[in-house]
Design a protein around this ligand. Structure first.
Ligand SMILES: [Fe+2]
Length: 277
C-alpha cells in the first residue's frame, strides 16, 4: 500500500492518507504504522468506509480485542460499541452523551489489565464542535524536575470505577460492575511496553495515592492532572465523517470537549493492553 503520514501538531497525532482499512496490511505497512503510532500516539485514518464487521477486522489487525462490559441493546455485533447522542427517535439529545467522557481519562484504567488502543470511527459528526481532546502524558511527566520525577516513580495510584462514576456525577456503578472491577493500584508513572518511555497514568478513574493520606493524595493527583493537561501538552481533533482515530491509552489522557448539540454517532473498538509497570 502507498500511504502518507503527516504530523498534525508538535505535541502528538498524525494523519494517515492512502490506507483503506478494509484491506489487509502487509508486514512492512504494519511496521510503518506502528512506528508512527508509537511516535505520535494518535493516528487519524481519513476517508474510511467501515461497517461494524470491517471495523472489527481492522482492529484485530492491530491487536487482540478488549471486550466491554456494556452491551449495545438490540445490536447484533456487541463487540463494536456505538457511542451516540441520539434518542430512541433518532434525534440529538445532548444529555444522552456519557458525562464521564467529559473528564480526562485513559480508557479502562480501572482494570488490572487496562486497554491498549481505542479505535473510534466517525459515522455522523457535527461540522463544528464535539471535538476530542488528547494530552501527552509522556511530555507532561518529562516537564517535571528530576527530583519530583524520582518521587513520582515510587508512587502507586488506586483506580476505582465506582468512585469514577460518582465523581463524574453520572450514575452509580451497577453491583455487577462493582464486583467485576474492584479498585486496583497501578504505578503513577508507567513505562510504555513498546517505546520504553515513562508517562503519567492518571485521569478520572484515578482515585487516590496508595499509602498516602487520602486528601493529600487526591490533591497531588489534581495538581498532576492540571499540569499535564495544560495547553502545551494538548491536541484537539475536529472530527470528519469517515475518520478512524486510533489512540494509545498507555501514554495519553483524552476527553470530549463538550456535549455536541447536533447528531454525533461513532463506533468504538478497543484492543487489550498489558499490566502497567
Ligand atoms: Fe474514553
Amino acid at each position: 500500500m502507498t500511504f502518507s503520514i503527516r504530523p498534525l501538531s508538535d505535541v502528538l497525532a498524525a494523519e494517515v492518507r492512502g490506507v483503506d482499512l478494509r484491506e489487509p496490511l502487509d508486514d512492512a505497512d504494519r511496521a510503518a504504522l506502528n512506528e508512527a503510532f508509537l511516535d505520535r500516539h494518535v493516528l487519524c485514518f481519513r476517508d474510511q468506509e467501515l461497517d461494524k464487521p470491517a471495523q472489527l477486522a481492522a482492529t484485530l489487525r492491530f491487536g487482540p480485542l478488549d471486550v466491554h462490559i456494556q452491551r449495545n441493546k438490540g445490536d447484533e455485533i456487541s463487540l463494536v460499541h456505538t457511542v451516540s447522542n441520539l434518542d430512541a427517535d433518532g434525534n440529538p439529545k445532548p444529555e444522552a452523551a456519557a458525562k464521564g467522557n467529559l473528564r480526562w481519562h485513559s480508557d479502562k484504567s480501572y482494570r488490572t489489565v487496562p486497554s491498549c488502543a481505542t479505535f473510534l470511527y466517525a459515522v455522523k459528526v457535527p461540522a463544528q464542535g464535539g471535538r476530542t481532546e488528547f494530552a501527552n502524558m509522556n511530555r507532561a511527566f518529562e516537564a517535571y524536575s528530576a527530583e519530583r520525577r524520582e518521587a513520582f516513580r515510587g508512587m502507586k495510584v488506586v483506580h476505582d470505577w465506582v468512585r469514577s462514576c460518582r465523581k463524574s456525577g453520572e450514575r452509580e456503578a451497577s453491583p455487577e460492575e462493582a464486583s467485576v472491577y474492584p479498585p486496583v493500584a497501578h504505578p503513577l508513572v508507567r513505562r510504555h511496553p513498546e517505546s520504553g518511555r515513562e508517562a503519567f497514568f492518571i485521569g478520572n478513574h484515578a482515585s487516590h495515592i496508595s499509602g498516602m493520606d487520602r486528601e493529600e493524595g487526591e490533591a497531588l493527583l489534581e495538581e498532576i492532572e492540571a499540569h499535564s493537561t495544560a495547553e502545551r501538552f494538548v491536541w484537539r481533533h475536529q472530527w470528519r465523517e469517515g475518520d478512524l482515530l486510533m489512540w494509545d491509552n498507555r501514554c495519553l489522557l483524552h476527553r470530549a470537549e463538550e456535549r455536541a448539540r447536533e447528531a454525533r454517532v461513532l463506533h468504538r473498538t478497543v484492543t487489550r493492553g498489558t499490566s502497567p509497570f
